[in-house]
Design a protein around this ligand. Sequence first.
Ligand SMILES: C[S@@+](CC[C@H](N)C(=O)[O-])C[C@H]1O[C@@H](n2cnc3c(N)ncnc32)[C@H](O)[C@@H]1O
Length: 253
Amino acid sequence: MGGTVAPSTIGTVTDTDPSSPPGPGAAPEGVTHPRAIRSFVRRAGRTTTGQAKAFETLGPAFIIPYRAAPLDFAAAFGRDAPVVLEIGFGMGEATAHIAELMPGTNFLCCEVHEPGVGALLKRIGEKGLTNIRIVAHDAVEVLEHMLPAQSLAGAHIFFPDPWHKLRHHKRRLIQPPLVAKLASRLAPGGYLHCATDWQPYAQQMLEVIGAEPLLQNTAAGYAERPHYRPLTKFENRGLKLGHGVWDLVFRRR
Ligand SMILES: C[S@@+](CC[C@H](N)C(=O)[O-])C[C@H]1O[C@@H](n2cnc3c(N)ncnc32)[C@H](O)[C@@H]1O
């Protein structure tokens, strides 16, 4: 695999950063053009031999190419079952664990980091999973163009990039337009589960998701970690250092 990831705006947020160099067709001086803000940067990372092999052998069956058209879930998964979306699965450790735990659910998983896609494919092979499909593309565009309204049983966003610096906060995934879009894709009773280890982002999540009229908090504030979300290596290390982790679980009304 080696496709490039097309940019998108996060909801309706636009960037008018004056430090960005003018490209072809740039606006005249003094006029700002909306520019895509992405919630990710392309990280360098080497795809291992095992991951490359997984791309070759499992990629064709498990990777769904991005298309700006509604996805036929039953055709994509080869069966009719509730679909849970995951945004940003990283190396797929939690994804594979949950998919194994919940064989009756289909997991549609988005990630733009190529070695991560390879790593999840490898886990799919090792565990013999059949209920995962991967879209190696910006989840914001997938949400916008591939997912029909009220089509999802749930959505997982675990440890989204916290974008610590104030000037980068606009890159955070959890912002009102994205949350509204996500809520519109959940079926009534469907859930949104987020987790983060960055407290200021947890507070932002609580405020932003709490203000979305279609969603209702299942807890009085933060939730207990649901049993299906495993403690990953990364999280365990943080917890041992005394860092906190916050889960949020909301349900569509
Ligand atoms: C901090 S990592 C967390 C990974 C994983 N969920 C975990 O718990 O270890 C965030 C991941 O989200 C991915 N990501 C960020 N924005 C994304 C987007 N718009 N679409 C798809 N993946 C995205 C990044 O590439 C990165 O791998």
